[in-house]
Write a protein that binds this ligand. Structure first.
Ligand SMILES: [Zn+2]
Length: 139
């Protein structure tokens, strides 16, 4: 089980919101309002392993989904992150950021562990209406 890859099995863990031939976008942590994970469908650890077609699909996914999130939530800025520290399967994060964030002006780290930390974060999941409006833009 040590070589189990959560993102190869994304269907068991996440709700799909959009996909193209090479990438799937899923809802992320409720602790960052509007957080979306953009996951390469094929197991690869790094951007340097992508074909030209995959790299275009990966970037398209960020832009298409990011635009929908931006249009509905109107964040003050969006942070785009690729880390790969915990899951060595290429994926990126779309983090809408708001001036009201506890860490406004700083990078967001470890959002999936925020609930374990002594921070001012509280869960702020998308409302059903916000989700619907984002999904409508992506359909
Ligand atoms: Zn994988």
């Amino acid at each position: 089980m040590s070589d189990y890859c959560k993102f190869c099995h994304w269907k068991d863990h996440y709700e799909k919101i959009w996909e193209n031939d090479h990438v799937v976008a899923v809802w992320g942590s409720p602790y960052v309002k509007g957080h979306v994970k953009v996951i390469l469908k094929r197991h690869a650890a790094n951007l340097t392993e992508l074909s030209a077609e995959e790299s275009h699909a990966f970037m398209d996914a960020w832009i298409v989904v990011g635009k929908a999130v931006e249009q509905v939530l109107k964040p003050d800025i969006i942070n785009w992150q690729i880390n790969g520290n915990w899951v060595r399967h290429l994926h990126g994060h779309i983090y809408p950021r708001f001036k009201s964030d506890p860490d406004w002006g700083e990078p967001i780290h470890l959002p999936s562990k925020i609930e374990d930390r002594d921070r001012d974060y509280v869960a702020k999941p998308l409302s059903d209406d916000e989700k619907k409006r984002i999904l409508d833009l992506l359909s």
